[in-house]
Structure formats: C-alpha cells, structure tokens
Design a protein around this ligand. Structure first.
Ligand code: PMP
Length: 418
C-alpha cells in the first residue's frame, strides 16, 4: 500500500486494509511531517492565542499575528463584556461544572433558563427546546434515537457530518445539493416503504455559504407527509429580518419539525440545541443516550442567555457583520475570483485543484493571513477552495490587507475566473 502524499487527503488514511491501528497512525504521522516540511499549513499549531479577527500563532517557532478568517464567532460575542460577565456570574453562582449527566441530576435551573430562552428566540413555547453538549451531538444524538431501522432519513448531500453520524441505525439516502426533483423522487419511492420519512437540510451550507431552497423543500415535505429538520448553525444571528436565521423571512420558524443549532458560533460559547414540539422534546430528554450518559452545558453557559438577548438589544453587531461581508465579497469579486453562490458570512475562494490550493494556503500564511484550505471529502475532489468566515470584529484594514494578498496571488498564479 502506498499513498501519494502530494495528492493525498486525510480521508485516505482513515482505513487502510492490512494496517492495524499503530501502522495507520505511523503512516499518517509521516504524511503530517511531509506536509509540515513543505510549509503547507499549520499541522503543528502551537501556542495559538488571540481573538476572532486576529490570532497570534506560533508557526515554525515564530510567533506572529495573523488576520484570521477561521472563526464562526460571527458577531464577536465571545469577546463581548456583557457576555463574559454573564458567564462569570454563572460560574460564581454554580461553580465550574455540572457534576452529573442531565438525567441523573446535572440539569440545573440555568439549563432550564437557557432552554426557555432559545425556544423563545424562535417564538416557540418554553418546553419546545432541548440543549445538548455540542451542535454535533444535537444532530447526531437526536437522529440516532428518533430514526430507527423502519425509517428513512433523506439528506441533502451537503449536510454536516454530524447529520450523517446520526443515521447509523436507520436507512439513509442523499439527494444532490438543493435538487428538488431528486428529493421528490426519493420521497415518492419511500412513501409506502418506510414508517417515518425525515428530510434533513442545512439552513446555510458550511462550505459554499449558500442557503437551502427552504420554502420549496417545506412544501414537498408536506406533500409527502414527511418530517423536516433544518440545521441552521450558520444562519442564526446572521440571516432574517431580526437575526433568527434562514427560517425567519420565509415564515417557517413555527412550522418545521426540528430546528437544530449550536451555541458555539453566533452565541459565542459551547453547546447545541434542538427545537421541536413539546412531546418530542420530552422524549429526547429521557431517551437520547447523550442526555442519559453525557454531561451538558457547564455554568459558563449562562453567557449564552446574554448573547441571545444581545441579538435584539445590539443589532449593530449584525450590521457591522453585513458591512464586512459585502465589502469583502465585493473586493474578491472585483479581483475576478470565484466566490461561488454564497449569501452568508462564509466566503469561499474556489481554486479547484488541490495542490494549487495548498500552495495558496501556504502563501496566505506567509503573508499573515490565516484561512482554512478545504478539500475532499468536505467538498468534491476538483472543488478545493480557501474557505473564509467574516465576522463583525474584522475591520477594513484586515479586509484590505487580505484583498491585497489575494491580488498578488492572482497576479502570480492566475486564479481568477476565466
Ligand atoms: N452543523 C454544521 C452545519 C456545522 O458547520 C457545525 C460545526 N462546524 C456543526 C453542526 C456542529 O456544531 P458544534 O461545533 O457546536 O458541534
């Protein structure tokens, strides 16, 4: 077995026939060494510090400040003094941990306050929310308990890994991204075959930053008597008239069966949530293995309640974010670069070829800009790109510096759209 390190992806090392654990780990370690020696990215990140828009990173034993586009702390609330103070107050009152899993006594009144707050944020009743340890487990644990072998989960092929992870006990089919004909076909052939049909889409897709065709998908789901789950982790706080996410403007916040989300992005903390009806919420609280066997939301989560309030109290952060998104995207588009179909804070610069993407990632690092090169399996093999998230904490200087670096790269490497 020999893997070409130049074209390899992480996925190639996941499982190698005849290689046991130690052999696979050794081989992968060799690959990391190779990539590090070539100066590709930051496989050995050490001593990273800083906040949101800039990070101090030690690369090759040199500590330097980078403009950073890797944070999903979109509104900058991890740094907001009122959010920090609320988190500190939570710790002062309850200590630093829960000491137990929710079902056996690790469910405090601040958990309940948080559930009421996030349900209310979506205009829902107080018992219609369940909180989880992360957004990942909100998706995976919910699907794992609700979707069994008699059922089928029908996923947009671009949904998050945590959704796929949730489908281990059930049947699963994927449809090409946002392709309604393909979705309808699967719904039709599943109609009399499966007990429950659940369609899962993202509100905003994490690699292209585009939105789902949510109103049409909702209509189809109703037509075929299926359920709908929307993972809106990249939409909440950013999209919608009042920042409620991708379901707000189409008027679907009280209609979809499940809204899932995270507290680790816009709300500047850690945790996940599911919004559903009261009885399913209660079922999840008692039946989800995560609720039974794993602790959730430490007392510093009290900061999340303040962050949720700030969406309404300080809309300035969303305004700043959108100023930055529009400025940066226009700058990249004016250079002729391919930012795809984004309509959110996630802005990709599409490169295509994977090794070219690595080279661009390396030059960006050398010039003081820290981004995420993205390749297969996160995106299709020939669709490698540099992925960036813009936040309310970036300023024009950060954005102009980055645009200048892209301008230089484009002059040398001709990455503009033909
Ligand atoms: N869903 C999507 C679409 C995501 O991008 C992510 C995080 N990258 C998650 C779920 C998981 O969220 P968390 O980090 O809270 O586990």
């Amino acid at each position: 077995m020999s893997i070409d390190f130049e074209t390899a992806t992480f996925k190639d090392f996941e499982n190698i026939a005849d290689y046991d654990i130690a052999q696979r780990a050794n081989y992968f370690y060799e690959f990391l060494d190779h990539m590090t020696a070539k100066g590709h990215m930051n496989y050995r990140l050490k001593n990273m510090s800083g906040t949101n828009a800039t990070l101090n990173i030690n690369i090759a034993n040199q500590n330097k400040e980078y403009v950073s586009f890797v944070s999903s702390d979109y509104l900058g609330f991890t740094q907001h003094p009122k959010v920090k103070q609320a988190a500190i107050d939570g710790i002062e009152k309850y200590g630093t941990g829960t000491g137990a899993t929710p079902l056996i006594g690790g469910y405090f009144d601040y958990h309940n306050a948080l559930e009421r707050k996030i349900a209310g944020f979506f205009g829902r009743e107080e018992e219609e929310a369940v909180i989880f340890t992360t957004g990942y487990t909100a998706n995976s644990a919910t699907l794992q308990i609700l979707m069994q072998k008699e059922d089928i989960a029908i996923l947009d092929m671009a949904v998050h890994a945590s959704v796929h992870e949730g489908c281990v006990f059930t049947n699963k089919k994927t449809f090409p991204h946002n392709n309604l004909e393909a979705l309808e076909h699967i719904l039709k052939i599943s109609e009399n075959t499966y007990r429950t049909k659940l369609v899962v889409v993202d509100g905003v897709y994490s690699q292209d930053g585009d939105t789902s065709r949510i109103s049409e998908i909702y209509d189809l789901v109703k037509k075929y008597n299926a359920y709908l789950m929307v993972d809106d982790v990249h939409g909440v706080g950013i999209l919608g008239q009042t920042g409620r996410g991708s379901l707000e403007d189409p008027g679907l916040m009280d209609k979809v069966d499940f809204i899932t989300g995270t507290f680790s992005k816009t709300f500047g903390n850690l945790g996940g949530y599911v919004i559903t009806n009261k009885k399913i919420a209660s079922f999840l609280k008692f039946q989800s293995r995560q609720q039974i066997f794993s602790a959730t939301a430490p007392p510093s989560s009290a900061g999340i309640v303040k962050a949720i309030d700030l969406i309404d109290e300080e809309p300035i952060w969303r305004e700043r974010l959108w100023d930055n998104i529009n400025y940066f995207k226009k700058g990249l588009d004016d250079l002729g670069l391919d930012t795809g179909i984004t309509c959110s804070a996630i802005i990709p610069v599409k490169i295509g070829d994977q090794s070219k993407m690595w080279d661009i990632g390396r030059i960006l690092i050398e010039k003081g800009v820290y981004t995420n090169p993205i390749m297969y399996p996160a995106v299709a093999r020939k669709d490698a790109r540099i992925r960036m998230s813009v936040t309310a904490r970036h300023n024009k200087e950060h954005l102009d510096k980055t645009l200048n670096v892209f301008d230089d790269i484009n002059k040398k490497m001709h990455i503009a759209k033909k």
